[in-house]
Design a protein around this ligand. Structure first.
Ligand code: GTR
Length: 426
């Protein structure tokens, strides 16, 4: 018998439909008492149950195992260095009132007869007597946004809108110059005797879900089906940071043995992954990196795996989506990402109001990576409890929680310069 659609069902759908959708909306947990019970894998116990008792076992067995877990389940597998890169360097002196030498480097990457251009901006202290250590990180909206220096080339790439700062165009404009300068205290870094280098993340891979057709994915991945462990956008950005490192190794004004990789938020996640994959980075710094960065996923506090994968389906590899609402099944957690940086100095920072990034989870990840640092170096994080706001702790591992919100500020940078300086003055 053919049934008529039930009128009440239709009315319920019209009235209740929107309620149903909003009931499924994500509600972040911000209560410590509601953090689920979780067990973290021990970074010093191999998958076969063998304990890591020395550096030999760590480097030959456990570290590759952990790196493989992150490649398979979280960030995806990246290709190595491209077979061909052409560099074009423009050097200008007497920049920023004589404080700096500015280099703008175009790197043309070629793969299988396809090419793409990456644009590096590098400032070096004018008074440097030899090669200097350099802080390097990607930027969110183009090199021209990091400083009021009118000589920085305007980015020609697609740029996300930033209505908060009055930028509503997807192309760079003169009025966007320096809009992110508060996040890049270039003069302060130069005055301390260091260089600073940056590249627009969108040069490497644009930050929207384009089916992995644009950016470096378009260069490498076309013509074959995507696999579960293929690299996502964060891994692509990290690959870009390694290309900056390739350049450093060729520039006699840069001390490539003393390069710090630094990043904020999604680019802080990127800095950690770059530091894990590429051991040429001597110091690794993550600022407010949160979920998929320094924060423990299994705490499901603030932003969660499910939420981040739904909001940003292109950031991680496809396999990571299996852990949406199933963090407890992950065979790893982010303390193991930090452990991958060992024995190199690592610094993680949080902000008090940045609960979305789970400051406590970021601190705990550092703390739970400490045994690896202790085993390899006898040094680690000189704290067992989370420090109070604006009271940094620094050993071979560093941590602070700054008052204020989600941002990278001059205060944060000041601590990073102090921290890296401790190691570089040795
Ligand atoms: C948020 C995202 C965070 C963080 C942040 C950012 O929307 O949920 O994981 O990466 O963006 O990069 O500013």
């Amino acid at each position: 018998m053919k049934r008529m659609p039930n009128l009440w069902a239709i009315i319920a759908l019209i009235v209740g439909g929107p309620l149903l959708v909003s009931a499924q909306e994500f509600v972040a947990n911000y209560e410590e008492s509601k953090v689920p019970d979780y067990t973290l894998p021990n970074p010093l116990v191999c998958r076969d149950g063998a304990r890591v008792e020395n550096a030999e076992t760590w480097f030959s067995k456990r570290r590759p195992e952990i790196l493989g877990l992150f490649e398979t389940h979280v960030y995806g597998r990246s290709p190595g260095a491209p077979p061909m890169v052409r560099y074009q360097v423009r050097t200008e002196r007497g920049i920023l009132d004589g404080l700096a030498v500015r280099k703008q480097v175009t790197m043309q990457v070629e793969f299988c007869a396809r090419t793409m251009d990456l644009h590096l901006l590098l400032y070096l202290p004018a008074r440097a007597a030899g090669p200097v250590p350099v802080f390097t990180g990607l930027n969110f909206r183009g090199n021209h946004t990091i400083c009021d220096d009118p000589g920085i080339d305007l980015s020609a790439a697609w740029i996300p809108n930033d209505r908060n700062r009055g930028v509503v165009d997807h192309r760079a404009t003169e009025k966007a110059r320096g809009v992110n300068a508060s996040r890049w205290p270039v003069r302060m870094i130069l005055e301390r005797g260091y260089g600073v280098a940056t590249m627009y993340c969108g040069d490497i891979d644009p930050d929207f879900h384009d089916g992995f057709e644009n950016g470096v994915h378009g260069l490498y991945d076309t013509g074959r089906p995507r696999r579960g462990d293929d690299w996502g956008t964060i891994a692509a950005w990290a690959w870009g940071l390694s290309r900056i490192m390739d350049y450093f190794e060729m520039d006699g004004d840069v001390d490539a043995g003393r390069a710090a990789v630094v990043g904020h938020s999604r680019l802080g996640k990127t800095a950690l992954w770059a530091g894990a994959v590429d051991t040429r980075f001597a110091v690794v710094i993550s600022n407010d990196s949160g979920c998929g960065g320094a924060a423990l996923s299994k705490r499901a506090f603030g932003e969660t795996v499910g939420r981040i994968n739904r909001s940003f389906p292109h950031w991680f590899c496809e396999n990571f989506k299996q852990y949406n609402e199933r963090e407890q099944d992950l065979p790893l957690d982010q303390h193991m990402l930090i452990a991958l940086v060992a024995p190199r100095p690592v610094y993680v920072a949080s902000a008090v109001e940045d609960r979305w990034a789970d400051p406590r989870g970021e601190f705990l990840a550092v703390l739970h990576a400490d045994p690896v640092y202790r085993l390899l170096t006898g040094d680690g994080l000189p704290a067992k409890e989370m420090p109070k706001a604006d009271q940094p702790v620094m050993g071979r591992m560093g941590y602070h929680i700054r008052t204020g919100g989600h941002d990278i500020t001059e205060y944060d940078w000041g601590r990073y310069l102090d921290f890296a300086g401790r190691w570089w003055k040795e």
